[in-house]
Design a binder for this molecule. Structure first.
Ligand code: NDP
Length: 485
């Protein structure tokens, strides 16, 4: 397939593609073949300075516009993303290796949803009036200023939009640093926002590894940091942001429970477990990787799961028939293979998959472990790959306690025909995003985020507005001021 994956330059700053080859080179590898498909350079201090200066300048112009005007730009950008969905999806597939069958319906489309949704909200962001007898208070909802978004590699377009859209709707500017593993897609988001009418500098993209992200987090001109990444990175970024009391949003990892009761619809439960473990080759933060199946259904569940996994279509990710792609990198593949060996070593039964393919690229077949116990490494640590752990349980209270026995708290799912039980169980889940008879839906209208070590703050929905704006209250005295002396 001929497709130009090399971007015009490494960074998008102040409305233009910008290059500085003095920055360390970063090769972009197509995970399906291992071939280098592009090269970018990490941002130098001079590049970061240009990004910050232009962001500060653009934010002043942008916050002076009405919410409706800002919303119009975001909605225009949403339309452009939808018009270009095919090209953006092909690029997302090159950047991440995820099959086009997924990227064409999930990535640019979900980014466009965020731009459209927050574009629609922008005109209605107001303060309130509080009457106090004759006196009164009014509140102003003000932007934070310059926000930094730092992304993981699994959803580069979506993360760039999920952070950018609410930030811009509230009148902020953003500098986005993609993961160095997937640097291509965010540049297109910046290009589209600029084309849609965003002032130059409002949404800048700079490349680099962790230290580039760290420089941005430490810069006093930056007012807010929103990170999507692992818990260890989250701790570092949160601590660095605390030095200047910066606002933070942390979307971190998970080890979420998916609970399947005996009375669940078997096909739906198996479908939910497949979506919650093998979509994007399992590289999804909210995945339900601890699948608790009640004793009476477990044998049938595992048998049907195995049958359905035989239908997986693994192959060229750009072929619309392919529904399972490679892992994002050689490093990630090694990590996941390590967990599979650990699972076998600690006594779990490998039902199927887990084989590394002897071909170019980073290919691993979807793995299911049965007979997993709570203390095994594969049931405790986030693997971020196509590895499902099936655990058995007997009663409701027992499974609630075991499901919550983790440092993470991102998501949880329940499959049952007993709806009273479903609501009772999710009410007790220590997780920010729960599902009943479904798994991993993430509509922009619903808050998304984690409890416990899985994060702080929420993305999407009206909740995100509170994380990208601050409230100023203004007391207005109508009478005389009475002082004691
Ligand atoms: P990492 O935590 O390794 O990296 C996340 C981002 O942070 C990258 O852009 C990385 O740069 C950057 N970074 C690393 N160190 C620092 C630092 N000290 N200061 C500032 N920035 C830094 O995560 P991965 O990219 O490996 O992504 C996988 C993780 O992301 C998983 O744990 C997953 O659960 C989580 N995730 C969470 C989601 C959520 O919404 N809750 C959604 C998707 C993923 P670089 O890698 O370029 O060096």
């Amino acid at each position: 397939m001929s497709y130009d994956t090399q971007p015009k330059a490494s960074h998008f700053i102040d409305g233009h593609y910008v290059e500085d080859t003095a920055g360390a080179p970063i090769d972009v590898v197509y995970p399906a073949t291992g071939a280098v498909i592009a090269r970018v350079h990490a941002a130098t201090p001079a590049i970061l300075d240009r990004a910050i200066e232009s962001g500060v300048r653009a934010q002043k112009i942008w916050s002076g516009m009405s919410g409706t005007e800002r919303g119009r730009v975001l909605r225009r950008a949403a339309d452009l993303m939808r018009e270009r969905n095919h090209a953006l999806s092909v690029l997302e597939t090159f950047d991440t290796g995820k099959p086009y069958q997924e990227t064409s319906v999930v990535d640019a489309t979900s980014g466009a949803d965020a731009l459209e949704y927050f574009g629609g909200l922008a005109g209605s962001l107001t303060g309130e009036h509080i009457q106090l007898g004759e006196d009164w208070v009014y509140t102003r909802r003000e932007p934070l200023g310059l926000c930094v978004g730092i992304g993981a590699w699994n959803y580069p377009t979506q993360i760039a939009c999920w952070k950018g859209a609410p930030a811009l709707a509230c009148g902020n500017a953003m500098i986005f640093k993609p993961s160095e593993t997937t640097p291509l897609c965010a540049l297109k988001v910046a290009e589209i926002l600029h084309e849609a009418g965003a002032p130059a500098g409002l949404y800048n993209v700079v490349q680099g590894l962790g230290e580039v992200g760290a420089s941005l987090v430490n810069d006093p001109r930056v007012d807010k940091v929103s990170l999507t990444g692992s818990v260890p990175t989250g701790k570092k970024v949160y601590a660095a942001a605390a030095q200047n009391m910066k606002h933070v949003t942390m979307e971190l990892g998970g080890k979420s429970p998916l609970i399947i009761f005996d009375d669940a619809d078997l096909e739906d439960a198996v479908g939910g477990a497949i979506l919650g473990n093998f979509y994007s080759s399992g590289q999804v933060c909210s995945n339900g990787t601890r699948v608790f199946v009640q004793d009476g259904l477990r044998a049938a569940f595992v048998a049907r799961l195995k049958e359905r996994l035989e239908q997986v279509v693994l192959g060229d990710p750009q072929d619309p028939e392919t529904n399972f792609g490679p892992l994002v990198s050689a490093r990630q593949m090694d990590i996941v293979k390590g967990y599979i060996s650990k699972g076998i070593e600690e006594g779990a039964r490998l039902v199927c998959g887990g084989e590394a393919l002897t071909q170019d690229g980073f290919w691993l077949t979807p793995a299911v472990f049965d007979g997993v116990t709570d203390d095994m490494t594969i049931a405790r640590e986030e693997i971020f790959g196509p590895v499902m752990s099936v655990l058995s349980f007997t009663d409701e209270q027992e499974v609630i306690e075991r499901a919550n026995d983790t440092e993470f708290g991102l998501s949880a799912g329940v499959f049952t025909r007993d709806l009273a039980r479903a609501h009772r169980v999710v009410a007790q889940m220590q997780a920010g995003t729960c599902f009943i008879n479904s798994y991993n839906d993430a509509p922009v209208e619903a808050p998304f985020g984690g409890m416990k070590m899985s994060g702080i703050g929420r993305e999407n929905s009206k909740e995100a507005i509170g994380h990208y704006s601050q409230v100023k209250s203004v007391y207005v005295r109508m009478g005389r001021v009475e002082a004691p002396f």
